[in-house]
Design a protein around this ligand. Structure first.
Ligand code: SF4
Length: 297
């Protein structure tokens, strides 16, 4: 495996050793999620704080290297990354997978695959990387491509063209680059895409942001809602709200009408809780959002 990152740009805060992060890192957090034993945060970038020692740690570091959207992770030694490449899509739970291979154009957003007899669903867009495409072909391809919002669409055209997938995006988030989507969700009402798939408009982060609820268990939450490891809670943030915080607060309240156990976001951490704990967390999140709205007004 060739070194992907640039040695001459190696971040000064990396611990010495083979693996390193260079200064092109955009702080998407994925390496810290995938290989927390090796990567840590130093403010607005990641570095290697502990060189992998076990084969498991090395495998995780290589998966982070493969997934990094900016090719900012490197190894001074040639390493065989075949198994790490083949690890994606990686099972999260049951028939739900994390795709890895993040794209810089979606700022390293996570994308997911649901494998279903009725046709697979790709949620947001990973990089259109040949090994991932081939793996997804073997897993049955892609029938629906659900785009949560305008920012995380990345290589959607290539995925849709390759698999003949129907893309779904809210009309309010369609732009020139997504004008060819096959299906537009409109308004604020939830739309049943299939028996087990519900598109729920959640305006706020963007005007047309929409989340996907699968089997009343998995909420693919885009940039509407995520788990914060720092606060140990479900979270949304005004600092990344591009459309309307009051609308996002209202959308969050409306999510209380639904039941789910998983939050699988584009950015931020994923989380699995019992549905009752998830509801408590969501209620607390809404309370904080309302308080922040009052402070701001
Ligand atoms: S995955 Fe890459 S871009 Fe993202 S935080 Fe790690 S090094 Fe930075």
């Amino acid at each position: 495996m060739a070194c992907m990152a640039q040695v001459e740009l190696r971040h000064a805060s990396n611990i010495s050793g083979d693996f390193f992060v260079d200064t092109t890192c955009i702080d998407c957090d994925l390496c810290r999620q995938i290989a927390p034993d090796s990567f840590s945060d130093i403010g607005d970038q990641s570095v290697v704080y502990h060189q992998p020692e076990t084969s498991k740690q090395e495998f995780s570091a290589l998966k982070a290297l493969i997934t990094c959207p900016t090719a900012s992770i490197g190894s001074l030694r040639n390493r065989n990354a075949k198994a790490a490449v083949a690890a994606y899509p990686e099972a999260i739970d049951d028939n739900v997978y994390f795709c890895g291979f993040a794209s810089e154009s979606s700022y390293g957003a996570s994308s997911y695959l649901i494998v279903r007899p009725e046709g697979n669903v790709l949620i947001d867009s990973p990089r259109f990387a040949t090994p991932l495409v081939k793996r997804i072909e073997k897993m049955g391809g892609v029938r629906l491509m659900f785009l949560t919002h305008r920012d995380d669409v990345a290589d959607h055209e290539k995925w849709a063209a390759h698999f003949g997938a129907e893309r779904i995006l809210h009309r309010d988030d369609i732009s020139r680059s997504t004008s060819g989507v096959e299906r537009a969700v409109t308004g604020r009402d939830a739309v049943e895409l299939d028996q087990d798939l519900l598109a729920i408009p959640t305006p706020g982060h963007t005007r047309g942001h929409t989340v996907l609820l699968y089997r009343d268990r998995y909420l693919f939450s885009g940039d509407h809602l995520w788990w914060s490891a720092a606060y140990n809670s479900l979270n949304a943030s005004q600092s990344v709200c591009w459309y309307s915080w009051s609308e996002q607060t209202r959308s969050m309240e409306q999510l209380l009408d639904y039941q789910f156990e998983w939050v699988l976001p584009g950015h931020g951490r994923r989380v699995h809780l019992s549905s009752s704990l998830m509801r408590e967390q969501l209620e607390s999140c809404v309370t904080r959002m309302r308080r922040q709205s009052r402070v701001a007004s």
